[in-house]
Design a protein around this ligand. Structure first.
Ligand code: BG6
Length: 514
């Protein structure tokens, strides 16, 4: 793709510009795009929030965020001044029509100065309840009318269950056309997640074995080492199922399970992903206990440091029943995947930060080697490492050097860092460029969100109606969450340890953790 400096001007309005997301993610990403000449030459960022701040205070605060979080070095004064000249701040009450009238005037002035119609991005970096307010006000002020140029970006969480997601979609689509709405899932902006499509559909090698005949099960793990950090209040109303599985893990499942798209068109890809969600078998209420398991961390040790239990975290209820770990087994009822379990798990305060998709192939149909040769036998396994140390590993059997036949599993690897030697862009950089270009491929459509929430409903209802008797049930820093181990053991399987190996180690996997 050509760089964007010559493209149409863009005016980006950030609602909630005084918040953490703007400071930590959005502005560092926009600064990186600016530095790498991915922003149009005529570009303005209008930050809006409730608190009083001058333009200069706003810029100063954002510079701190860029210095801390941008993937580039700290910006020099000259470069920063050039970038900061596009930043302005307006104090705003998001519920007041005057605020939108003033915004409309400001945007018209920009168009006048640029002598053309700009692309207008309205970015909701606000608390979730604002989704009910801002789009309506934008609509009433006539700021949503231009289907070509006006776009709205909505952050997660998108609802907290099916009915709230539906009503948010209703509000949004009563003002904006679906093609103007960009619902963000930052996982879809990650290089490795996008690479699942490249890996599957740009190579002829794997697709023929990518089905129930060759694959025994698929495991998607998103393990975090951090606890709830400063987000206790939010998290204690949310939990791991809503926070991670409904969105990030289900999106990864779709990319792994979808049928080949006919083209790279945004709707074609989103249709294929939605087909997967529609094929996922509903978990009946009476089967929730055998299809889903939850956990909550107690105190424990992470890398030699004692860390508190979830219930002791700031903002968290002292007898909270919220899960910090969730695992679910899904089946995708179609020709390709019938009876292949997809095991999803995610949790906070696990021993390491690692996200990986493991494709576990079936064993060979007939074992011709003597029993002594196959003591260490492992069926083939493909590991798509989403983060950190992004890459792909393929495990297969090799004959160990020696006079006797003895087979050992070995790994063939590809690491981004070795192969491309460039730091990949942050997810938000990719996603922001796509919104500016009007490409919705990596964003979620209303039907996808609703289908994913529908699948969560029985689990949410079952968990909300029966308090877990055993919380906390895993120690911070441990992989062992007993209900999840039982869930998979009932199927005669176990969780595959993510491949803890790095580019530095040359891909030699460290096995043997539970
Ligand atoms: C967010 C969740 O969507 O993703 C957080 O709300 C979680 O709880 C985060 O920590 C993980 O994102 P990443 O990019 O660090 O894997």
């Amino acid at each position: 793709m050509e760089k964007m400096t010559s493209l149409n001007p863009v005016a980006m309005v950030i609602f909630g510009a005084g918040g953490d997301l703007t400071w930590r993610k959005l502005i560092p990403a926009l600064y990186s795009l600016f530095r790498d000449q991915w922003l149009p030459e005529r570009f303005a960022i209008i930050g809006m929030d409730m608190r009083q701040m001058s333009d200069n205070e706003f810029r100063q605060r954002l510079r701190g965020g860029v210095e801390q979080f941008s993937r580039h070095d700290r910006p020099g004064d000259e470069l920063w001044q050039r970038f900061a000249s596009s930043l302005t701040y307006r104090v705003a009450d998001f519920a007041s029509p005057e605020c939108y009238a003033a915004l409309a005037k400001h945007l018209d002035e920009l168009d006048g100065m640029w002598k053309t119609k700009s692309v207008r991005l309205y970015y909701l970096a606000t608390p979730p309840q604002m989704i009910e307010v801002i789009p309506r006000q934008l609509g009433m002020a006539g700021l949503a009318r231009d289907c070509e140029n006006a776009r709205i970006v909505v952050e997660k969480p998108f609802g907290r269950d099916l009915s709230s997601a539906r009503s948010l979609n209703k509000i949004l689509t009563s003002v904006f056309d679906e093609s103007q709405i960009y619902r963000i899932d930052n996982y879809l902006g990650k290089e490795t997640v996008q690479n699942i499509l490249a890996f599957r559909f740009a190579n002829a090698l794997f697709e023929p074995v990518w089905d129930r005949r060759y694959i025994d099960n698929i495991q998607i793990t998103v393990a975090e080492q951090v606890g709830v950090e400063h987000r206790g209040l939010y998290y204690d109303q949310t939990g791991a199922l809503r926070d991670m599985i409904q969105n990030h893990l289900m999106q990864i499942l779709c990319l792994v399970a979808m049928e080949p798209p006919v083209s790279f068109d945004a709707d074609e890809i989103r249709n294929k992903k939605t087909d997967v969600l529609h094929a996922v078998r509903n978990i009946e209420p009476e089967h929730v206990h055998e299809s889903a398991a939850r956990g909550q961390y107690g105190a424990g040790w992470i890398e030699g440091t004692r860390v508190p239990a979830y219930r002791e975290e700031p903002g968290v209820n002292g007898d909270s029943a919220i899960e910090t770990f969730a695992s679910v087994r899904f089946f995708v009822d179609n020709w390709r995947w019938q009876d292949v379990p997809f095991y999803l798990r995610t949790g906070k305060r696990l021993p390491v930060r690692i996200s990986e998709v493991s494709i576990q192939f079936r064993p060979v149909p007939h074992q011709s080697f003597p029993a002594t040769a196959i003591r260490d036998f492992q069926p083939n396994r493909l590991m798509i490492r989403i983060q950190p140390d992004e890459g792909i590993l393929l495990r297969f059997q090799a004959k160990r050097p020696g006079l006797q036949i003895h087979l050992s599993p070995v790994d063939m690897h590809f690491f981004y860092r070795e192969a491309f030697r460039a730091k990949p862009p942050e997810a938000y950089e990719t996603l922001l460029v796509d919104v500016m270009l009007g490409d919705g491929t990596l964003f979620k459509r209303a039907d996808q969100i609703e289908a994913a929430w529908a699948l969560m409903t029985p689990i949410l209802e079952a968990w909300e109606s029966s308090a877990p008797p055993d919380f906390p049930n895993y120690a911070a820093g441990s992989w062992v969450v007993e209900p999840a181990a039982i869930l998979i053991a009932r199927d005669g399987r176990k969780w595959l340890t993510p491949s803890i190996s790095t580019a530095e180690e040359g891909g030699a996997a460290i096995h043997g953790r539970p």
